[in-house]
Structure formats: structure tokens, C-alpha cells
Design a protein around this ligand. Structure first.
Ligand code: PEP
Length: 248
């Protein structure tokens, strides 16, 4: 059966000391609670090793290079991420696609390298406001999924976590309604079933991201095809993150 997951994405926030303190505080605050989900923290690269050695919670990088190694100044490879103890890598976030020109072809390479190095990609897909208004949101999400992921074997695909993040909802305070999110999650699960079969689809965790918080997590996570969240703003404070984790 698929896992419930709540993953934080700190983006470019917190210095190293703040990051390590957060990880310790979160773990302490969760100790003794019965959690119904796995908890992951998505930190900047420089925090990974220290955070991974400070907590038993899952740790994710927010990106990795599309090359294995070599003369790529400033890049961080999937192998380097794996060597820190991080087990996950967020790939295809809309901020990476928009500000750093990451195409489906580039993301496909990143996914392959992440998998080859034993990392589980948390792969983000989602439409812009304009695309939703033009009613092409299903086509957009399908193309992002097919182009970056559907050449994977079923065994490799089963290591992927999908995050549906409507771009218009990220950091805007506009959350997709639970009906809008459930409709898209069910659609994503169906295209996975069409490609890899029902068992793989039923075992794939599909997270929702986009202004999710302690106030709306319960309703979102109650939907049958929503298996948790990728959380930006509300993952930056322990007090705000815990109600999301407790949304299950
Ligand atoms: C994100 O960055 O993936 C995200 C969903 O951000 P926020 O929760 O702030 O909308």
C-alpha cells in the first residue's frame, strides 16, 4: 500500500544552524506522537549532511545536477546528495522550471541520475493559471509526467513520489479546492495505471502542494487520491508544520 508523506520544502531559507535546530526541534516535538505519515524535510544542499545526521526524519535535496560528475562549476550531483545521507530529491519544482529553465528533457536526466544513486525523486508537476483557464491543465500534467517519467521501468517508476503542485497555488495563498486537487490526483493515478498497471498506480504516493497548511491539510488529505503534501511556507516553522503533519 502506498505511503502517506508530508514533505517540507524550505526553498532558499534558513542558515545551517537554523536548519539543524529546526530538524532537532521537529523531531523532539513529534516524539511520542503516533504519526500516520512519513515526514521529510527538503533542505538547501549545504544543510543536507548536518540535518541528515541530526535527525531520523527523512531528508530531501531540492535539486540535483543533470550530469553525473565533471567540469560543471557550482553543480551538485545526485551521487553527492546520496553521500550526505539524504534519501530523497525534489525534482521539477515549478520554480526550477520557471527560473532555471528546467525542461522535461533535463528533468528526465535528473530523475535517471537520482534513481541510479539510490535516491527517491519527489517529482513535481502542475499547470499555470493560464493553462487551467484555457482548460489544458490535464494535458499539461500528462505531458510533464509522460515526457520525464514514462520511459522508466515499472521497478524504477515505483521509487517515484509525485507532487501535484498547481503553479497558481504555490506561495500565493490560493489553494486548489479539495475537489480540484482530488480530480487531478485521480487523473494522474489513472495515467499511471494506463502505463504501468493498477498495482503500480495504487502504490504511488501522490502529494498535493500549493499553499497547503494546518487549516486545509485535513480536508485535502481526506481525499482518496491525495497521499500527503509538499509544503513550502508552512514547513518553515515547527508550530506551523506540525498541524499539517497531523492532518492525517
Ligand atoms: C512548494 O514550494 O512546493 C509549495 C507548495 O509552497 P507553498 O506551500 O508555500 O505554496
Amino acid at each position: 500500500m502506498r505511503k502517506n508523506i508530508v514533505a517540507g520544502n524550505w526553498k532558499m531559507n534558513k542558515n545551517l544552524q537554523e536548519g539543524v535546530a529546526f530538524a532537532k526541534d521537529l523531531e523532539a516535538a513529534l516524539a511520542g506522537k503516533t504519526l500516520k505519515c512519513d515526514v521529510i524535510i527538503g533542505t538547501p544542499f549545504i544543510h543536507l549532511a548536518s540535518v541528515a545526521s541530526s535527525t531520523k526524519l527523512g531528508v530531501a535535496a531540492q535539486n540535483c545536477a543533470d550530469k553525473a560528475s565533471g567540469a560543471y562549476t557550482g553543480e551538485v550531483s545526485a551521487a553527492m546528495v546520496a553521500s550526505t545521507g539524504a534519501k530523497y530529491v525534489i525534482l521539477g519544482h515549478s520554480e526550477r522550471r520557471t527560473y532555471y529553465g528546467e525542461t522535461d528533457a533535463i528533468l528526465k536526466e535528473k530523475v535517471l541520475l537520482a534513481l541510479a544513486n539510490g535516491l527517491n525523486p519527489i517529482f513535481c508537476i502542475g499547470e499555470t493559471k493560464d493553462e487551467r483557464e484555457k482548460n489544458v491543465h490535464f494535458d499539461v500534467v500528462k505531458k510533464q509526467t509522460v515526457d520525464a517519467l514514462f520511459e522508466l521501468s515499472a521497478a524504477d517508476f515505483s521509487k517515484i513520489v509525485i507532487a501535484y503542485e498547481p503553479v497558481w497555488a504555490i506561495g500565493t495563498g490560493l489553494t486548489a479546492t479539495s475537489a480540484q486537487a482530488q480530480e487531478m490526483h485521480a487523473y494522474i493515478r489513472q495515467i499511471i495505471a494506463d502505463k504501468y498497471g493498477k498495482e503500480v498506480a495504487d502504490n504511488t504516493s501522490i502529494l498535493y502542494g500549493g499553499s497547503a497548511n494546518g487549516g486545509n491539510a485535513k480536508e485535502l488529505f481526506a481525499c482518496p487520491d491525495i497521499d500527503g503534501g509538499l509544503i513550502g511556507g508552512a514547513s518553515l516553522d515547527v508550530e506551523k508544520f506540525i498541524p499539517v503533519i497531523e492532518g492525517f
